[in-house]
Design a protein around this ligand. Structure first.
Ligand code: ARG
Length: 398
């Protein structure tokens, strides 16, 4: 290696990434480590922890604000009704945004390597590296490559006097951003274990109260709450607060990871639940039956690529071309009632509604274009013709 090789590390200030700092010098021969924390809406304490730890480590450290970009991607996910096995993809969608922001800093800072603190068991290693391996940089995963365990990391940190926040990060592994908060590890790993209220931070247990909200959409993008136009970041933050107080957006699922492991996951995502439910309700009003059915398949594929962290795949571009075409009519408002931990659509309105009160009503003589009730007689005669014929043949054979 030539003189003064620098490596950029995705840095959170937690135990994994803290031990990575000396390891990148000692085990990988780098002269300098640059830490980068990307803001995708984590709580303020996490930045304070990253800053403090970086300072104590004497680490060159940058914070990059990618909240707006991340929120835009979350809203693309809303247009795709994105969910993977019941999970609205908060962590998954954040990774390519974080990876790209880190790569940018690495290039700016003249680094030749990129490192993350992910283990070899999860999805995040794959999502980060899918972006990074598109560059010339060396990609390093110390935790995975050196087979580090938590207890080794704790001992290593203690031996070297590394600043690990009191040595205790709580018993769960938490990943928080604008779109979701994930809680895993410890006894939650056991699928039969019933978690208590203590695992939740964004949501309170649903009570008796209810609240109605009106969400406005333009071209499939959420744009307003109760008539007030809001930027994506602001809208998501507000809805997380409002709907979280009604216990909306908790999920406890069995998730099939990319490597094939099945794991138990708990999530909180109040804003995602409200916006996804509202968006789907508006699509139900303005899209034809065939569009709804076909879009379900497109949405499923979008969600798979989103889970894999491959939102830049050509397939996603092609799926989005279809989605874009459908969303030109997804403009209007949806009333959502927060009740019993649910966010239920209770009203919807759009000038693009594929709905004719006249045609569907029981009270009018004429349907559009002079079609009369009696015109259905022919259809009714044919309906089930093939089934009746098939059954008579089957009966004749018995
Ligand atoms: N299983 C989710 C995913 O792969 C979330 C993982 C979050 N990580 C964590 N340490 N809680 O997207």
């Amino acid at each position: 290696m030539s003189d003064n090789e620098r490596v950029t590390l995705a840095f959170s200030g937690g135990l994994d990434t803290t031990v990575c700092v000396p390891l990148l010098e000692e085990e990988y021969g780098y002269d300098e480590v640059v830490g980068v924390t990307v803001d995708v809406g984590q709580p303020a304490e996490e930045f304070a922890e990253a800053e403090e730890t970086a300072e104590a480590l004497d680490l060159e450290h940058y914070v990059v604000d990618a909240k707006a970009e991340f929120a835009d991607l979350c809203f693309d996910a809303v247009r795709a009704n994105a969910s993977y096995q019941g999970y609205p993809l908060g962590t998954a969608l954040a990774r390519p945004v974080i990876a790209a922001a880190i790569l940018e800093v690495a290039e700016r800072e003249g680094c030749t390597g990129l490192a993350h603190g992910c283990t070899g068991k999860g999805n995040d290693q794959l999502r980060f590296e899918a972006v990074w391996r598109d560059s010339e940089m060396e990609v390093i995963a110390p935790v995975r490559e050196l087979g580090l365990t938590r207890s080794f990391e704790q001992e290593y940190a203690a031996e070297r006097n590394l600043p690990v926040s009191g040595g205790d990060e709580g018993k769960y592994s938490i990943d928080t951003n604008l779109w979701s908060r994930s809680i895993e590890g410890s006894e939650l790993e056991e699928p039969s274990y019933v978690p208590g209220e203590e695992i939740y931070e964004w949501t309170t247990a649903p009570g008796e109260e209810t609240l109605e909200l009106e969400i406005g959409f333009e071209n499939g993008y959420p744009v307003s709450l109760d008539g007030n136009e809001m930027e994506p970041v602001e809208l998501v933050e507000e809805l997380n607060d409002v709907a979280g107080a009604y216990g909306v957006g908790r999920s406890d699922i069995m998730e099939d990871r990319m490597l094939g492991l099945k794991v138990r996951e708990n999530y909180e995502h109040p804003a995602a639940t409200v916006l996804l439910n509202a968006h789907r309700a508006l699509e139900d009003l303005v899209l034809t039956k065939e569009e709804r059915a076909f879009k379900g398949r497109v949405d499923h594929e979008w969600s798979e690529k989103g889970y894999q962290g491959l939102v830049n795949a050509p397939l996603v571009g092609a799926l989005e071309a279809f989605i874009e075409k459908t969303q030109t009519r997804v403009t209007g408002t949806v009333t959502i009632r927060l009740e019993g931990g649910q966010a239920r659509p209770v009203g919807r309105d759009s000038t693009y509604a594929v709905y004719s009160a006249e045609a569907s009503s029981f009270d009018t003589e004429d349907v559009m274009g002079g079609i009369e009730q009696a015109d259905a007689t022919g259809v009714a005669k044919y309906h089930g013709f093939q089934e009746r014929l098939a059954n008579s043949i089957i009966d004749g054979q018995e």
